[in-house]
Design a protein around this ligand. Sequence first.
Ligand SMILES: *[C@@H]1O[C@H](CO)[C@@H](O)[C@H](O)[C@H]1NC(C)=O
Ligand SMILES: *[C@@H]1O[C@H](CO)[C@@H](O)[C@H](O)[C@H]1NC(C)=O
Ligand SMILES: *[C@@H]1O[C@H](CO)[C@@H](O)[C@H](O)[C@H]1NC(C)=O
Ligand SMILES: *[C@@H]1O[C@H](CO)[C@@H](O)[C@H](O)[C@H]1NC(C)=O
Ligand SMILES: *[C@@H]1O[C@H](CO)[C@@H](O)[C@H](O)[C@H]1NC(C)=O
Ligand SMILES: *[C@@H]1O[C@H](CO)[C@@H](O)[C@H](O)[C@H]1NC(C)=O
Ligand SMILES: *[C@@H]1O[C@H](CO)[C@@H](O)[C@H](O)[C@H]1NC(C)=O
Ligand SMILES: *[C@@H]1O[C@H](CO)[C@@H](O)[C@H](O)[C@H]1NC(C)=O
Ligand SMILES: *[C@@H]1O[C@H](CO)[C@@H](O)[C@H](O)[C@H]1NC(C)=O
Ligand SMILES: *[C@@H]1O[C@H](CO)[C@@H](O)[C@H](O)[C@H]1NC(C)=O
Ligand SMILES: *[C@@H]1O[C@H](CO)[C@@H](O)[C@H](O)[C@H]1NC(C)=O
Ligand SMILES: *[C@@H]1O[C@H](CO)[C@@H](O)[C@H](O)[C@H]1NC(C)=O
Length: 332
Amino acid sequence: MINSHKFGHFLSTTALLFLVTVHSQPSSTVAVAPSTEANALLGWKSQLPNQSRALLSSWNESSAASLCSWEGLTCDAWRSVTGLNFSHVAINGTLQGLNFLSLPNLTAIVFINCSLSGGIPSTISNLSKLTTDDLGLNSFSGGFPAFLGYITSLQYLSLSDNCFTGTIPGSISTLTNLTYLNLNGNEFSGDLSSAIRLIGSLPLQILILASNNFTGSIPSSIGELTKLTHLYLSTNMLSGSIPTEIGNMSSLVKLWLQQNQFNGPIPLEIGKLGSLWQLDLSQNYLNGSIPSAVSNLTGLSYLYLYANQLSGVIPPDVGNMQSLYTFQLLSN
Ligand SMILES: *[C@@H]1O[C@H](CO)[C@@H](O)[C@H](O)[C@H]1NC(C)=O
Ligand SMILES: *[C@@H]1O[C@H](CO)[C@@H](O)[C@H](O)[C@H]1NC(C)=O
Ligand SMILES: *[C@@H]1O[C@H](CO)[C@@H](O)[C@H](O)[C@H]1NC(C)=O
Ligand SMILES: *[C@@H]1O[C@H](CO)[C@@H](O)[C@H](O)[C@H]1NC(C)=O
Ligand SMILES: *[C@@H]1O[C@H](CO)[C@@H](O)[C@H](O)[C@H]1NC(C)=O
Ligand SMILES: *[C@@H]1O[C@H](CO)[C@@H](O)[C@H](O)[C@H]1NC(C)=O
Ligand SMILES: *[C@@H]1O[C@H](CO)[C@@H](O)[C@H](O)[C@H]1NC(C)=O
Ligand SMILES: *[C@@H]1O[C@H](CO)[C@@H](O)[C@H](O)[C@H]1NC(C)=O
Ligand SMILES: *[C@@H]1O[C@H](CO)[C@@H](O)[C@H](O)[C@H]1NC(C)=O
Ligand SMILES: *[C@@H]1O[C@H](CO)[C@@H](O)[C@H](O)[C@H]1NC(C)=O
Ligand SMILES: *[C@@H]1O[C@H](CO)[C@@H](O)[C@H](O)[C@H]1NC(C)=O
Ligand SMILES: *[C@@H]1O[C@H](CO)[C@@H](O)[C@H](O)[C@H]1NC(C)=O
């Protein structure tokens, strides 16, 4: 931070600490050239529509010395920007003018419901410390940005509720620290088996692929996702039967498969999912009887089986399921 030879070795530790303090907290009355980080942010702001610039009034040249107090920013102890965090602010522009190369210490980028559109700049892939990228509830479009695969530090990625299309690229398999992936509410398409093959070796705990255009069936390799606690595949165009290997997903807490075209029986192996809390298989073409193994799920709170083609009797043990709060079986 300070070149010690400039001050000579005769300075006492106390004096040196004093100088460090003075230099690291420039007073706002002293003219300080905006840092490269401040310039990158001001450069982006200058390209936003007028009304959005008004929303970022704390971002201005005269306050650039206290950049860390700008709205939506967080910094590290060395006053370098580590987070950009906005929720429900109608920024209403694109990220194109944001030069991520000048913000190398970003660990989190959060723009939730900010009316952002366009594509994601590829310089985001140079953020080697980025762990969280949440771009949910905007109008971003285009294909899944394959260059996100370079951000191997990523742990949390949400592109939910945008206008993305196309298939999941192979580069996603390089995100070996990814525990959370949310692609809900886009128009991603392609075969679910291919997608599961790509993400199968990631340490995912939460996988949300609901409300997209995925097709094909659930591969038996789904059983290898033993760390997964939440699996949401609802509201797609999935078909085929539910593989028995689903019973190997021993960490599952929530399993949502509703609103697809699944057929065949409910596998008995579902009874092995001892941590299951919510099971929604509604609005499919499942047939056969409800396996009595379901009553083994003593922690189950929500069981939705309505709008299928199930038949037979309700297993009597279901009456002993202490936690069961809602059980819907209509239209079978
Ligand atoms: C935006 O603001 C600038 C001045 O800050 C003004 O010259 C320009 O006309 C404004 N544009 C619109 C579309 O309001
Ligand atoms: C510049 O930002 C500071 C806070 O960061 C704010 O107090 C000040 O009003 C802003 N100035 C303008 C001209 O908006
Ligand atoms: C990023 O952090 C490193 C390590 O703390 C620091 O040396 C560097 O100056 C920071 N970069 C910027 C642009 O502030
Ligand atoms: C973003 O800010 C919200 C509060 O406004 C906070 O709850 C959340 O943890 C922050 N996210 C990150 C990644 O810093
Ligand atoms: C999104 O943000 C707007 C304000 O810009 C707010 O009115 C709206 O309720 C938010 N939507 C959601 C789903 O949170
Ligand atoms: C967002 O931008 C579009 C086009 O630039 C404009 O029509 C719309 O009114 C803007 N919305 C807000 C909330 O500023
Ligand atoms: C940014 O990352 C890409 C992909 O890893 C690389 O090709 C490029 O050289 C990097 N650019 C800089 C300025 O580091
Ligand atoms: C992945 O996580 C581990 C453990 O937290 C960490 O040591 C490693 O550096 C991370 N990898 C990357 C590429 O950030
Ligand atoms: C996704 O499915 C919806 C509803 O079936 C359809 O309208 C839309 O065109 C599909 N999108 C793509 C990209 O296939
Ligand atoms: C996974 O499930 C299948 C079918 O239910 C079973 O035969 C297999 O032994 C299981 N594999 C593991 C590793 O538990
Ligand atoms: C019932 O649950 C236990 C413990 O979770 C499990 O070991 C057993 O295989 C389950 N039985 C059936 C029939 O699913
Ligand atoms: C379930 O439906 C399949 C055709 O999709 C049929 O072959 C099978 O016999 C049905 N099973 C039962 C128990 O109704």
